[in-house]
Design a protein around this ligand. Sequence first.
Ligand SMILES: Cc1cc2nc3c(=O)[nH]c(=O)nc-3n(C[C@H](O)[C@H](O)[C@H](O)COP(=O)(O)OP(=O)(O)OC[C@H]3O[C@@H](n4cnc5c(N)ncnc54)[C@H](O)[C@@H]3O)c2cc1C
Length: 404
Amino acid sequence: MSAKHFVIVVGAGPAGLAVANAMSKQGHEVVVLNRDIKFGGLAEYGIFPNKHKLRGGLRKGYWEILTRSNVHYFYHFNLLPGFSTRSFDMGQRVAVIGIGDVMVDIAHWLSSRKRVAEVHVIVRRGPAERKYNPKEIRAVCAYIDQESLDKEFARVGARMEAVGQSPEKVRSEMREEFTKCEPPESQTQMRFHFLSSPKRILTDAQNRVTGLELEDTKLEVKGADTAAVGLKTYYSLPCDSVVFAVGDRVDEAVGLPYKNGLFVTNPHRTQNDPDDSLFQAYDEAAGSILPGVFLCGWARKASEGLVGVAKRDGEWCSEVVTRYLADKQPPTASELSQKLQQLETLLKGRQPDLVRADDLIALSQMEQQEGQRRDIEEFKFPTSEDMLAAIRKNKPCAKVPASR
Ligand SMILES: Cc1cc2nc3c(=O)[nH]c(=O)nc-3n(C[C@H](O)[C@H](O)[C@H](O)COP(=O)(O)OP(=O)(O)OC[C@H]3O[C@@H](n4cnc5c(N)ncnc54)[C@H](O)[C@@H]3O)c2cc1C
């Protein structure tokens, strides 16, 4: 490689780190700016805490990328809300809306950690349209009230048959999915409510949740898929908490062109594969792309797929960025180091706790030691403040641990 460009990756999730990987391998100077202290994004902060193997494998690869001499990692708190440290109070009768893997994770957390009495899964369409991965459901299938599920199939069976679905076949498929259930850790009862669309959260005079108003739906065939259509008949489900495990949106406050939950990308397709336009940020008012600004992963398509999908998206994006840089004049070596210096000075000026890869290495060592001391598989400092306090206490930091 001859040209050495200065590439800033915003976000150290699977997609951003795939870009950092590709760009640094090409020899560019890469800065990774992250909102969370630790890298990994939702693969670190979002996936269920007991997925040690998945997280461990990912971390190993990410450490390799972030300790390259031409990669500079900075945690920089940008005043966005600290979601990961918010407390989420739950009652005993929780309605969870959606039937994908996020619903499964939330039901898992509610049953094994919160030990709630009841989890009610609200599904706009029917059981044939369930979206969870059959392997994932094993974490919670022991909690499913099978008798109530049979009754639910009887309740919605005619509406399934109306679009050619066989309730018996779908029920037996679900039964097969429930054969390798993990042992239950509580008495939680999990019940499904199919063909029910949430309309309104019901509250009392103190604004506490008392229930969920649901509209009955029917299925309509739409091409190869089905859609839910409201029947204008309503019923209410008593509950004290409601969790939406559907949909997602990007952060409007970031400052990129935004519309309908997404950052706007170039509507004009190119002939390239992957298509550049899908990754180019686009200013609709000006009718032009934002030169040098690209989107990938969940920033490009909120809530799309698993870690592997985000990684692949980052790799495609890197190809588009490489094409973009091909005819750009690279900065000189001194311009590059000046840019890096300027950025560091700016970040330091805004925030005293600038966390770098070295600090994370020290943090990782401290967490490992604490895990060993407590004899548990993994110890994590619970809040950003705890992590920062530990990092401050330990500066200057230690060497890269072999087992990391
Ligand atoms: C509850 C849940 C469970 C999941 N379980 C699994 C699972 O078991 N297996 C699996 O394969 N996938 C799972 N996924 C999906 C997987 O986590 C995502 O596919 C993947 O993390 C998306 O990667 P990303 O890089 O696009 O975004 P993210 O992982 O969201 O990473 C975004 C990064 O950007 C940073 N950031 C955000 N805003 C800013 C900003 N303004 N400035 C700087 N940095 C910023 C964040 O700190 C974060 O590090 C799960 C997702 C969720 C929500």
